[in-house]
Design a protein around this ligand. Structure first.
Ligand SMILES: CCCCNC(=S)N1C[C@H](O)[C@@H](O)[C@@H](O)[C@H]1CO
Length: 635
């Protein structure tokens, strides 16, 4: 070890065994600024933690993942609380089923895992709008993550519900939550609003008490640490394998001269956007750098340890040079795979942890069984244009100019914008969004015949032909709201007018689409006695629904759905929205299907919305392994 590092380690080495004067049986968790460490019940404590997001794992698999993390030798887990997962509708809170946070905390407690809680209210996390509920955008000029009064009012109301639920779970109150993070990498946000952070500190202190260890996490620059930290909140940093550890912790020391070294997000992998090559991080590098940090006595949380899945519409997006939507899989090349399978990376990490603490004896629980159920051939249900009575039962909202999703109080999924052609268009005529106002993709049909698509930032024109009075349908897809940076106030739909040739399109009928509601109510399978288009096997174009049945075989094992030669769309099985598929763009080629979602002895209902083009064979394939790193050409 280089002399410089040795000196840094010597100076910052975690505290030696000190014994406090704890009243027997009293629990405490605090910071020892003299000896640079955490104290748990007055004894030195170094956490070795991993991030796991309950919102990305079906409830029935929570225990499986937690036990594997415990058997790896972790003594803590780190958990985000996505505000929008629990308050989809303003004022209506849901903590049941897959949202039963207290059950998750209890399972962690039973498993012997402490918890580092990160309730935000903003969490980033490649999660839809960084966890903020989209209904905040109903105030047109709201300044998110600031002292904006409407934002602060909504935040205060939310934390007044969440934090009292969390207080009994604090370690000092008999639970397993040892520390609580305030906001998330606030220093990376443009606002740098100390009044906002001070308000959050007041709220967290009010609801959680004076003894709870509150902290912040920021990325590795001085600006981030300057705007992200606040007196009374312990400043921690995050960095991955590419960073210099000594430099990173020196930056933490500039803001926390004394106290434990903490890397709150040690990146074990990375995220994928549609169209990216699949991100991977070398397992040996991860385990080596982990060992170096633990040797320094640092507290480390590995982000992610178990990534899981962005089911439904929960994926987020980034917007640096352009809008880039995050894929459905949150595998993250993490030590536990998306399906919860231990990887070589996990075993390498376990070998490192063994050098620092006893790890539980006994076998690592195996991967859950996977089954290749094989091919299912679907049949066409119909075009969206022809299904509006089912999908938009309340009918359209009429407006001279387009309205956004938020104005119609529909926050996720798809919306249909309909009007008529203002004149004959015998020649292909450009349809454009001059202000780049298509958020995020628009699929254009005339009289039900698909014409082409528009895409935010990248495809701003498509050609249309038809006759005056023909019906033009524009299906707009919300691809997930930006979760990082200044563009998180990410309105969806047609944000500005569309120009067709020299005409501004007006007099819209706008159809909110409740596809998930219709499918949950049994459509289209419950209509199976109704006649559907003849099952010709022909390629089709534009937004079309298909259905099929995976016949039961007495097994309900994990499986992976591959839509080979399909283009882009959404899948539901037995009413559950599995998320988006886009093999044409990749890198993800399969969707994770959790086994317990399937029925062993009844037909499993498959519904697919293909947005662009389905193959003539109309087949989908259930495989026994994932494929996350290929584009269609290479698959
Ligand atoms: C491409 C920009 C990514 C910005 N997010 C960053 S740096 N990250 C930090 C953030 O705190 C965490 O929630 C995750 O979002 C993580 C990336 O997985």
């Amino acid at each position: 070890m280089a002399a410089g590092v040795f000196l840094f380690v010597a100076v910052n080495a975690a505290c030696l065994a000190v014994s406090g004067n704890l009243v027997s049986g009293e629990r405490s968790f605090s910071i020892d600024y003299k000896n640079n460490c955490f104290l748990k019940d007055e004894k030195p404590f170094q956490y070795i933690s991993g991030s796991i997001h309950y919102s990305r794992i079906p409830r029935y698999y929570w225990k499986d993942r937690l036990v594997k993390m415990y058997m790896t030798g972790l003594n803590a887990i780190q958990v985000y609380v996505p505000w929008n997962f629990h308050e989809a509708v303003q004022g209506v809170h849901n903590f049941t089923g897959d949202r039963d946070l207290e059950h998750f905390l209890d399972l962690a407690n039973q498993t012997g895992l402490l918890v580092i809680l990160r309730p935000g209210p903003y969490i980033c996390a490649e999660w839809e709008m960084g966890g903020l509920p989209a209904w905040l955008l109903q105030k047109p000029n709201i300044i998110l993550r600031s002292a904006d009064t409407d934002y602060v009012q909504a935040v205060s109301n939310w934390l007044a519900v969440l934090l009292p639920k969390m207080k009994p779970w604090l370690y000092i109150n008999g639970g397993n939550i040892i520390t609580v993070q305030v906001e998330n990498e606030y220093g990376s946000y443009y606002a740098c609003d100390y009044n906002y952070m001070r308000h959050l500190r007041t709220l967290f202190r009010f609801f959680l008490g004076e003894d709870t260890v509150l902290f912040t996490t920021d990325g590795n620059t001085d600006r981030e640490m300057t705007c992200g930290t606040l007196e009374g909140l312990y400043a921690t940093v995050d960095f991955g394998t590419a960073n210099n550890i000594t430099e990173a912790f020196k930056r933490q020391r500039r803001f926390e001269p004394r106290g434990p070294l903490v890397n709150s997000e040690f990146y074990t992998g990375w995220l994928d956007h549609w169209g990216d090559p699949h991100a991977v991080v070398d397992a040996q590098k991860v385990s080596r750098v982990l060992g170096e940090m633990l040797t320094m006595g640092a507290n480390v949380n590995m982000y992610m340890f178990e990534g899981g899945t962005n089911f439904g519409y929960w994926n987020g997006a980034d917007h640096d040079t352009r809008f880039r939507s995050v894929v459905t899989s949150y595998d993250y090349d993490a030590p536990l795979s998306e399906a919860g399978d231990p990887t070589e990376k996990l075993l390498a990490i376990r070998d490192v942890i063994k050098q620092f603490r006893d790890i539980p004896s006994g076998p690592m629980p195996p991967a859950t069984p996977k089954f290749a159920y094989g091919f299912v051939t679907l049949k066409k249900v119909g075009n969206i244009s022809g299904l509006l009575n089912t999908l938009s039962p309340l009918g359209p909202v009429k407006s001279q100019y387009p309205l956004t999703f938020e104005e119609l109080k529909q926050y996720y999924g798809y919306m249909l914008y309909r009007t008529t052609l203002p004149r004959d268009l015998s020649e292909p005529t450009p349809l454009i969004s001059p202000l780049n106002g298509v958020h995020d993709r628009a699929y254009v049909s005339v009289n039900g015949v698909y014409q082409g698509l528009l895409e935010r930032d990248t495809t701003l024109v498509t050609n249309v032909t038809g006759q005056q009075g023909d019906i033009i349908d524009i299906l707009v897809e919300n691809m997930g709201r930006v979760n990082f940076g200044s563009k998180i106030n990410d309105y969806k739909g047609l944000l500005s007018n569309l120009i067709l040739g020299k005409d501004v399109l007006t007099d819209w009928k706008i159809y909110p689409l409740d596809i998930d509601g219709a499918i949950a109510a049994g459509w289209p399978h419950s209509d199976s006695q109704k006649s559907f288009p003849a099952p010709q096997k022909e390629p089709s174009f534009g937004p079309v629904f298909y259905m099929g049945t995976l016949e039961p075989n007495g097994l309900a094992w994990d499986t992976f759905l591959k839509l080979n030669e399909w283009t882009k769309g959404q899948v539901w099985i037995n009413g559950m929205n599995l998320g988006r598929y886009w093999p044409a763009r990749g890198p993800q080629q399969t969707l994770y299907v959790p086994g317990p979602l399937l029925r062993k002895n009844q037909p499993n209902r498959i519904t697919v919305l293909e947005l662009e083009g389905a193959p003539a064979h109309l087949r989908v394939l259930f495989m026994d392994r994932p494929q996350l790193n290929a584009t269609a050409e290479k698959s």
